[in-house]
Design a protein around this ligand. Structure first.
Ligand code: UFG
Length: 339
């Protein structure tokens, strides 16, 4: 029996693949490298000392998906594949809605045909509405979302929920990630954004290695301790391990359930810059600029449901997240591009 990882060559997918292989699970990865590089597959093999099956395929292709299920004995799917750049989704909404939803429709059809009834879905804290009280519990109001990317996550949660309730999936777990950062401690796999990073951590990392001159801090007039935005950063290895717990849960239960995956602690932009400086010993110059449209002051999780039901808890703190992110960035200053 194998687990299929759609988008398994991406940042979170690759770390989850490593943890599954380490746990002795058989893995099938499907990815079209739209936001990842083939070399990541060798890095996963190097870290784990194990092999896995790989398909280079666009998951909107029904025949390609059918073939994957026909050629492998897949009993569960972890569904990561999807476009995820917030700004791009605002500029190209049709592309985002069409791509992300088509992948999920085709995947669910292929699972139904193959009799595979277990899904763990890569969702996001972005599904919660803007005015939710912190910390966010799973029962906090959903939507309205602030961008098409976020809306596709909410829509996919709904689609998967309806399928489970109609008996088309036996069990589904929706993992609502907060802000995944860090990298595998080997320094062999990590986050490799295309172009100038949008997210804080890859941006800070590139400043620390001298690729970018300074961090732009988006606003210092939020109603937070130091005026900068507060988020719940989660080490990607902790996040990857949550997927294994979610698979165990889905195997035990027949239900659909959402879980927050965060540490429960909020850190400000300035906290993160300081932690990164301390972890790397590098200078991280910054300048305060205007707020970024669409940002909220604070977003952090109540992760107690995951602790109770999934038996999962984050192990790593912010300094370890920064240490591992810096190791990855300094060992791979050009990401996965040939050095
Ligand atoms: N920030 C900066 N400078 C930067 C980038 C970010 O000051 O160059 C600040 C932001 O204003 C925010 C914090 O750093 O306060 C975190 O920003 P990120 O862009 O790293 O992350 P977001 O919280 O905006 O968004 C992330 C994911 C989304 C996901 C969301 C879930 O990128 O995909 O968390 O809440 F939807």
């Amino acid at each position: 029996m194998a687990v299929l990882l759609t988008g398994g060559a991406g940042f979170i997918g690759s770390h989850t693949c490593v943890e599954l292989l380490a746990a002795g699970r058989d893995v099938v990865v499907a990815d079209n490298f739209s936001n990842s590089k083939p070399v990541v597959l060798d890095r996963i093999r190097k870290i784990s000392g194990r092999d896995f099956v790989f398909y280079e395929t666009d998951l909107r292709d029904a025949d390609g998906l059918r073939r994957i299920f026909a050629e492998n004995d897949i009993d569960a799917v972890i569904h990561f594949a999807g476009l995820k750049a917030v700004g791009e989704s605002v500029a190209k909404p049709l592309y985002y809605y069409s791509h992300n939803l088509t992948v999920t429709f085709e995947l669910c059809k292929a699972m139904r045909e193959a009799g595979c009834g277990v899904m763990v879905f890569s969702s996001s804290a972005t599904v919660y509405g803007q005015n939710g009280k912190m910390p966010l519990g799973e029962d906090s109001p959903l939507g309205p979302t602030t961008n098409p990317y976020g809306e596709t996550k909410l829509m996919q949660e709904r689609i998967i929920t309806d399928l489970q309730r109609a008996g088309e999936l036996r069990s589904a777990v929706l993992l609502r990630y907060f802000n995944p950062i860090g990298a595998h401690p080997s320094g062999l796999i990590g986050e490799d954004p295309n172009g100038i990073p949008n997210n804080l951590l890859p941006y800070i990392s590139q400043v620390a290695v001298g690729k970018l001159p300074y961090v732009k801090v988006y606003g210092n007039d939020y109603p937070t301790r130091d005026g900068t935005g507060v988020r719940d950063y989660i080490h990607v290895v902790d996040l990857a391990r949550a997927h294994l717990k979610a698979l165990d849960y889905a195997a035990r239960k027949s239900c659909v359930r959402a879980f927050n995956i965060g540490t429960g602690t909020g850190y400000s932009v300035l906290d993160v810059i300081k932690a990164f400086r301390d972890a790397s010993g590098k200078k991280v110059p910054y300048r305060t600029v205007h707020r970024r449209p669409g940002d909220v002051a604070e977003c952090y999780a109540d992760p107690s449901l995951a602790a109770h039901e999934l038996r999962w808890k984050a192990e790593y703190g912010l300094s370890r997240m920064c240490e591992d992110a810096y190791r990855w960035q300094s060992m791979n200053p050009r990401g996965y591009e040939e050095q």
